[in-house]
Design a protein around this ligand. Structure first.
Ligand code: ATP
Length: 215
């Protein structure tokens, strides 16, 4: 099962399922049907059943899914059973916002170090997170065993900073810059382009009104 190839679209839905199962568990609910789940997370029940089938037969007909089993399973799959430290590179406006946000919805991911070149900010603590100079990046990432970074540097330097990250052995980059960075295939990149998302929303609203594409 560990080697099953999970489609990208399925993988992207796992945190949504996980969050809702957490909610159900907190509310003391013991089981949930795929139809209930579908209503709550706005994914159709056939898709949910197919997504879950990649992980083996987790549900029972007429019973639905056992919330705690499913939650334990997703926790493990999403590596939420251990704390993942990540670093943030570039403490500008967006970087500050992310430091301040620090992923409060999850107890298992946190930004534990930030890096910048601006000496007004290096050596300070911002929103509880120490800001180091880029010169200390390699040492800090190694000591703190950080393999994932959030990239919020200006676009013109995004590629050169990426090259440094690759060189020190970073495995995953959450790229908030509008630049499509180039990495070797040993490194995974997730792009989050907020301007792009907003423009897409404006485009769809203008073209199609408020109806969702997949409704
Ligand atoms: P944002 O784009 O997040 O709104 P901003 O407009 O406040 O930020 P930017 O000029 O985009 O500022 O820079 C973001 C941060 O990246 C700044 O704190 C800047 O000092 C830092 N930065 C610039 N170049 C580098 C670099 N080569 N390595 C690390 N950090 C850098």
């Amino acid at each position: 099962m560990a080697n099953t190839k999970i489609p990208h679209a399925t993988a992207k839905r796992l945190p949504i399922y996980y969050r809702y199962l957490h909610f159900l568990s907190d509310a003391g609910k013991q089981r949930v049907s795929s139809t209930e789940l579908a209503d709550a997370v706005k994914v159709d029940s056939a898709t949910i059943r197919r997504d879950f089938s990649y992980f083996g037969a987790l549900g029972k007909r007429g019973y639905g899914y056992d919330v705690e089993n499913l939650l334990a399973f997703f926790r493990k799959t999403l590596k939420q059973d251990k704390l993942t430290n990540v670093a943030l590179i570039g403490v500008g406006n967006l970087g500050h916002a992310l430091l301040n946000y620090n992923f409060h919805q999850s107890n298992n991911v946190r930004i534990s170090a930030a890096f910048d070149i601006n000496e007004d900010i290096t050596g300070t603590i911002q929103s509880g997170v120490p800001v180091y100079h880029m010169n200390d990046m390699k040492e800090q990432l190694t000591v703190q065993q950080i393999e994932i970074v959030i990239l919020t540097v200006p676009a013109p330097v995004a590629q050169e900073v990426t090259n440094e990250l690759v060189e020190v052995g970073v495995k995953g980059i959450l790229n908030f810059t509008p630049l499509r960075i180039t990495v070797p295939n040993t490194v995974r990149v997730q792009n989050v382009d907020l301007t792009n998302e907003l423009q897409t929303l404006i485009y769809f609203l203008d073209k199609f009104g408020s109806h969702n594409e997949n409704d």
